[in-house]
Design a protein around this ligand. Structure first.
Ligand code: PBG
Length: 336
């Protein structure tokens, strides 16, 4: 059948700008540049190792040799930041995590010294929180009597941890613990130790999320009690509360954060937009492990197209206002 000759008298036809690839490229509003992407990496205190993580297809825990190789590849691709997460031997875990977190010979300081010798054009970012080091998997110190996560004693250890990491060569510290007052105390501790150039990227609006499950497998922070669905709602934000998130962001900025972060990213695009409009600092967003693994799992089932879902998820986060994106897809996207 011939198409009808019906014709609308339209002067505005938005489809004119979508009629071919060249035009679409010219009017495209945003682009995922490699220097805006940060790759999280899981690391082991071993000379050489590569351990796959079941719940995170395509992501391995890396030993020292593999980490250096990975960093060289990422730097060549134009990626300028990596976030390191350690999986430590369970025999090194303690109730408070203090010993491992503040040990200058610990896994992160040792790796930082090793990497710094290579002088790669890539910033080393390290999480500041106690969960990889505590037996119970919480980010802070737990009062044995009440079970309460103790704010101020935790902040004291976090500041020591940040100085320990920065002295070894970590370029950015990223407090992810959500204790009150930690940014100010960490800033002072760094400055008092002659580390005024260390950047603080604050996990400011970090929500108590179901999407952290695969990460807890990766760092082995799922404790015997509570498992990987451990409840952190006495310190992480409730997913219902936007204004409360803004209070956290304002405090972190006031206390000296250089970059503020929203986490998770995809389910919190409204928060990213609010933070972007609220301040003039760079805004980071963390597309977390569960967001990554959901895309993989449904693509494996043939329910969505992997590459387009991956790119769309990152585009949405960038479009919402994130200047920097932490994503397990970073390397792949930078190489495509
Ligand atoms: C812990 C930390 C978590 C993540 C980054 N740092 C997990 C948690 O709070 O339990 C999650 C990242 C991810 O899921 O990819 N301080």
């Amino acid at each position: 059948m011939e198409p009808s000759s019906f014709s609308l008298p339209l002067s505005r036809r938005p489809r004119r700008l979508r009629q071919n690839q060249a035009t679409r490229e010219m009017v495209r509003e945003i682009r995922l540049a490699p220097e805006k992407l940060i790759q999280p990496l899981f690391v082991l205190d071993e000379e050489s190792a590569r351990e796959p993580i079941d719940s995170m297809p395509g992501i391995d825990r890396l030993g020292k040799k593999e980490l250096i190789e990975e960093l060289e590849q990422l730097a060549d691709l134009g990626i300028r930041g990596v976030a390191l997460f350690p999986k430590i031997d369970s025999s090194l875990k303690t109730e408070t995590g203090r010993e491992a977190a503040t040990n200058p010979e610990g896994i992160i300081p040792s790796l930082a010294r090793l990497v710094k010798e290579k002088d790669l054009p890539i910033n080393l970012i390290a999480d500041i929180a106690l969960d990889p080091y505590t037996l119970h998997g919480h980010d802070g110190i737990v009062d044995p009597a009440s079970g309460e996560i103790l704010n101020d004693p935790t902040v004291e250890v976090l500041a020591e941890m940040a100085v320990n990491y920065a002295e070894a060569g970590v370029d950015w510290v990223a407090p992810s613990d959500m204790m009150d007052g930690r940014i100010g105390v960490i800033r002072d501790a760094l400055d008092d130790s002659g580390l005024a150039n260390t950047v603080i990227m604050a996990y400011s609006a970090k929500f108590a999320s179901a999407y952290y499950g695969p990460f807890r497998d990766a760092v082995g922070s799922a404790p015997p009690i509570g498992g990987k669905y451990l409840d952190k709602s006495s310190y992480q934000l409730p997913p219902t509360n936007v204004r409360e998130a803004m209070v956290e962001v304002d405090l972190d900025i006031h206390e000296g954060a250089d970059i503020v972060m929203v986490k998770p990213a995809g389910p919190y695009l409204d928060i990213i937009r609010r933070v972007r409009e609220r301040c003039e600092l760079p805004v980071a967003a963390y597309q977390v492990s569960g967001e990554y693994s959901m895309i993989h799992a449904s693509a494996q089932k043939g329910w969505i197209d992997y590459k387009s879902a991956r790119n769309e998820s990152l585009t949405a986060i960038h479009r919402a206002g994130a200047d920097l994106i932490l994503s397990y897809f970073s390397k792949e996207v930078a190489s495509s």
